[in-house]
Design a protein. Sequence first.
Length: 97
Amino acid sequence: MSDNDFFAPPLFKPAEALVQLKRQLRDLKLSEQGSRYTEAGLAVVELGGGDTAIEVRLVKRPARTPEWTVHRLASSADVRRFVDHLKIQLARWRQDE
């Protein structure tokens, strides 16, 4: 083990991170329907797994036919950043209702 390995972040495990992300989405009061999470019957988030990253689609605005933005979460920091961004978006959407 070299000196540089000591400070290396742990390897990202997408399968474990996906389980945690699903739990966080449920904590945000989103309804789970397979790989899709909804609020008030409108799609908000879709999750997809991969070998090295989590593929996430987030709506620009909840609607019957939503426009999606794609996010690739390849580290734990990306997952935290996405959840923080989603919390802000949900607060805005809920305030507008």
